[in-house]
Design a protein around this ligand. Structure first.
Ligand code: CP
Ligand code: NVA
Length: 303
């Protein structure tokens, strides 16, 4: 499939049909990968820029390009001329002459918007302080695999209303899934994402985890401290009320699944018992980063 958008920075660039189409395409590529994927990106190169650490994003994008017959160049931003003051504009124009796509993990989301403006090739957000769209592609692929559908499901987000939560809001709006978010006061997700998604779906915002998790099919959390927001004092605002433990999970549906983008801080936002227990699908979720990003790359990189 081919996407209309040049870039993927938030998920808001996609239509519901494109989003669900990408999820189905990811599942198809996963099945095909057992015998080796077709070289859909032969002679194509991805530039990967990292301002922040990464395990899953770094490896899954590089392996994904390799499995589709392409190549990935990995750059830490501090080894680029960007770190010596070269402009985003000149960087974007230069990379557009060598490679076919840029995936960047950045602090300020505006940097991605600038890369997108000045590059002639697609730009993919590999996480910014504000959004993590690639994580949500993998999450919804996992939900489709486990539940077989999106219609009628309820997702419960417990904890910090962070970058992953902001993208989850867009994902739910695109897949028409009900979302209930429980955060402490002052840790709510992005207001614009909430306002835009409320036009199409039912998003509930509460400070009560019991209310948010009631009847949930999918329970999701993330660390209380993100790379850009790592003051340990934050933890006191979340514990013990916003921890996903078995007592809380028991208020979700019996067949509810537990998801976490990883890396996790066991016994902070989730107990070891839950993340390592039978309801947890975190390893499939991590694996699906690879398959869903292959679908994205094959759909966004121009022939
Ligand atoms: N979930 C995720 O993006 O993991 P990394 O930070 O390891 O890339
Ligand atoms: N919210 C986390 C996600 C890491 C994948 C962070 O930004 O650090």
């Amino acid at each position: 499939m081919k996407l209309k958008t040049k870039d993927l920075l938030t998920l808001a660039e996609l239509t519901p049909k494109e989003f669900t189409g990408l999820i189905d395409y990811s599942i198809k590529l996963k099945k095909e990968s057992k015998n080796g994927n077709k070289p859909l990106l032969k002679n194509k190169t991805l530039t990967m820029i990292f301002q922040k650490p990464s395990t899953r994003t770094r490896v899954s994008f590089e392996v994904g390009m390799f499995q589709l017959g392409g190549h990935a160049v990995n750059l830490s931003s501090n080894e680029m001329q960007l770190s010596r003051g070269e402009s985003i504009e000149d960087t974007a124009k230069t990379l557009s002459r060598y490679t076919d796509c840029i995936m960047a993990r950045v602090y300020d989301h505006v940097l991605l918007e600038k890369l997108s403006l000045f590059s002639t090739i697609p730009v993919i957000n590999g996480l910014s302080d504000s959004f993590h769209p690639c994580q949500i592609l993998a999450d919804f692929m996992t939900i489709k695999e486990k539940k077989g559908k999106f219609n009628g499901l309820k997702i419960s987000w417990i904890g910090d209303g962070n970058n992953v939560c902001n993208s989850m809001i867009y994902g739910c709006a695109l897949a028409n899934i009900k979302l209930s978010i429980a955060t402490p006061k002052g840790f709510e997700p992005d207001k614009t994402a909430l306002k835009e998604s409320k036009k199409s779906i039912d998003v509930e915002l509460t400070t009560d985890p019991l209310q948010a998790i009631k009847n949930a099919d999918v329970v999701v959390t993330d660390t209380y401290t993100s790379i850009h927001n790592n003051d340990p004092k934050r933890i006191k605002k979340f514990l013990p009320k916003y921890q996903v433990n078995q007592a809380l999970m028991n208020h979700a549906k019996n067949n509810a699944i537990f998801m976490h983008c990883l890396p996790a801080k066991r016994d902070h936002e989730v107990t070891s018992f839950v993340i390592d227990g039978p309801q947890s699908v975190v390893w499939d979720e991590a694996e699906n980063r690879l398959h869903s990003q292959k679908a994205l790359l094959a759909s966004i990189i121009r022939a």
